[in-house]
Design a protein around this ligand. Structure first.
Ligand SMILES: *[C@@H]1O[C@H](CO)[C@@H](O)[C@H](O)[C@H]1NC(C)=O
Length: 323
């Protein structure tokens, strides 16, 4: 009976000890238990009440660093700093110093170092995996990302039929510099959705900008862009394209004209000829009066005047011979 209750008491005690060591502090994340034990053994001997006091004093001195959030990129720097701190504590212990002074000093120095680390980047709503804002939590000894959804809100875009629609797959937070890919999907039939099952791939679209020209009623629906870093999705953007109104007037006229031309002489339109500008077109088109073209013009003019002279001379010969 006594044995059982002793076991229960020790179990409860160990639970209490666990609770006491959580929230963890930066000290517990960046140093090992055996490292800390070794320091206290150097300060206070192998066992006994002084050793326990040392352990308590060690944890208490670093209590202030329990709620720290560290920029994840700085965790290795911080780890190095803690290693250096343990070395200097060993030196103080070896020189018969007091842990009651050494621990608070070390904690104060560490706080200064942490304040000089690169700051944690703020999470920028409304969406996305923002690796740049990843933070290390000393309270739990793990890193975490912003609590934001992968899916960004749907952007509504209204475009007149026949015009152009353009979607930019950009986010308001900084993306990793390399291995970023974009892929596009489309949910047709006029649906405005974020439900993945509605979408099919648009394999021809690979850039961060997608353009549709001219927009037709069949393009009414939701376009989605997925930004990936090394195969891992970082954000999904949605653009609902609503196609409205009649086609622009000028376009209609052009199309009708084209159709009439086709009906009128289909063979002519099939024969594609290289463009040979007439003289008039050459002069009329901007930048046509290059030195080369000017020489050509002069030559043509010279030939024309020679030709005219010859013609007049021939006419007179014929006229005179007739008499
Ligand atoms: C598309 O635009 C039309 C005209 O403005 C509007 O009546 C309709 O509700 C819009 N469709 C959607 C799904 O928003």
């Amino acid at each position: 009976m006594a044995l059982v209750s002793a076991a229960v008491v020790s179990a409860l005690l160990s639970l209490l000890v666990f609770r006491a060591s959580s929230p963890w502090a930066c000290l517990l994340c960046f140093t090992t238990y055996s490292e800390r034990v070794r320091i206290c053994q150097m300060f206070a001997g192998m066992e006994g009440p002084e050793f326990n006091q040392c352990e308590e004093a060690f944890t208490a001195a670093f209590e202030g660093l329990s709620d720290m959030e560290i920029n994840y990129e700085e965790r290795n720097n911080l780890h190095d700093t803690f290693t250096q701190m343990m070395h200097s504590l060993q030196e103080v212990a070896a020189a018969q110093g007091s842990f009651k002074v050494a621990f608070p000093n070390a904690a104060e120095k560490m706080k200064k170092v942490i304040l000089q680390l690169k700051e944690v980047q703020t999470c920028i709503p409304p969406c996305g995996v923002q690796e740049i804002a990843r933070r290390f939590l000393c309270r739990r000894c793990y890193s975490t990302l912003c609590d934001l959804p992968l899916d960004c809100p749907v952007q509504d875009i209204m475009v007149n039929r026949g015009d152009q629609a353009m979607f930019s797959c950009v986010v308001n937070f900084q993306l990793p510099k390399e291995e970023i890919t974009y892929s596009w999907k489309f949910a047709g039939g006029g649906v405005r959705t974020q439900d993945v099952s509605f979408f099919r791939d648009l394999p021809q679209a690979r850039g961060y900008v997608a353009r549709i020209r001219p927009v037709q009623p069949k393009h009414r629906g939701t376009f989605s862009c997925v930004i990936k870093h090394d195969q891992r999705p970082l954000a999904r953007l949605y653009f609902f394209l609503n196609v409205t109104g009649p086609p622009p007037r000028r376009e209609t006229e052009l199309q009708i004209t084209f159709r009439e031309v086709v009906r009128w002489s289909p063979r002519d339109t099939e024969m594609m000829e290289p463009w040979r500008p007439s003289l008039g077109e050459l002069i009329a088109s901007p930048g046509a009066l290059t030195p080369g073209n000017l020489c050509l013009l002069a030559a043509i003019a010279a030939f024309a005047s020679v030709g005219a002279t010859v013609l007049v001379w021939l006419f007179f010969r014929w006229y005179l011979s007739g008499n």
